[in-house]
Design a protein around this ligand. Structure first.
Ligand code: ADP
Ligand code: MG
Length: 252
């Protein structure tokens, strides 16, 4: 497991400044829940961690290493495509939309990364995929195609697929927001188990119960800045800032 550090991270889209100097440390094996209104920059922050977006300035390190850049003397240079992909493969990401390959079974989806990118043998990848699918409660669904699975089951396959690359950190961007309410719990349970197993996790979520129960730290973002962060029980029950109070009064 690795820690993740954000050092004065700025991100602009043209004239629009979306991240305005984010400083945050996520320690190894910590679960950090990121909350805040729509448009506050939560997804962009996550996307910068695995270089789906390039930061405009500042740095993000995972396990002490920047994902998209190398330091040469006192110069930053963008790392090669191959190197970025290698580093990115150690960062698992789960999105609101499950993004499974529709023409592959659950098991094939989970085997894809290890066989194609890690060059794992088919036999080893299959064993590992079965183990992961059992872990997310899908032992009896391994040979089903995504269209034959519920949203909650598809999202659990997506989690297993991310885990198949043996990530050092897992990023979740509103993983339960697209699910019918009765399917949310089964996905949160898998995430809880991951947290108990010691995975380092950054979770963008509107599930305040999850943040309170599983989060080590909750971070409230608004308009590209971290307004307040701390122990979830304190921040969620006794927010210090007006903006946090106003946001929480709408979602809780
Ligand atoms: P959140 O996840 O908190 O809802 P986002 O990170 O998705 O917020 O978006 C933050 C802001 O950045 C929004 O104003 C959004 O419109 C803008 N934004 C996000 N991605 C892009 C992009 N690729 N190009 C231009 N603007 C973007
Ligand atoms: Mg978002």
């Amino acid at each position: 497991m690795s820690d993740v550090k954000f050092l004065n991270v700025h991100k602009n889209f043209g004239q629009l400044e979306v991240l305005k100097g984010i400083n945050l440390t996520v320690h190894k094996q910590q679960v950090v829940c990121l909350i805040g209104p729509s448009g506050s920059g939560k997804s962009t922050l996550l996307r910068c961690v695995n270089h789906l977006e390039m930061t405009t300035s500042g740095a993000i390190t995972v396990g002490g290493r920047m994902i998209g850049y190398d330091v040469h003397g006192d110069q930053l240079q963008e790392a090669s495509e191959a190197e970025i992909n290698k580093r990115r493969s150690k960062i698992g990401m789960v999105f609101q939309s499950f993004n499974l390959f529709g023409h592959m079974t659950a098991k094939e989806n989970v085997m894809f990364g290890p066989t194609k990118l890690l060059k794992m043998s088919k036999k080893d990848a299959e064993e590992h995929a079965c183990e992961l699918l059992r872990k997310v409660g899908l032992a009896d669904r391994m040979n089903n195609y995504p269209s034959q699975l519920s949203g909650g089951q598809q999202q659990r396959v997506a989690i297993a697929r991310a885990l198949s690359m043996k990530p050092e950190v897992m990023l979740f961007d509103e993983p339960t927001s697209a699910l019918d309410p009765e399917l949310v719990g089964e996905v949160l349970d898998v995430m809880k188990q991951l947290a108990r197993d010691g995975m380092t996790m950054i979770v963008v979520t509107h599930e305040m119960g999850f943040a309170r129960e599983v989060g080590d730290v909750v971070v409230f973002m608004d308009d590209g800045v971290i307004v307040e962060q701390g122990d979830p029980r304190e921040v969620l029950s006794n927010p210090q800032h007006e903006r946090t109070k106003s946001f929480l009064s709408k979602v809780i």
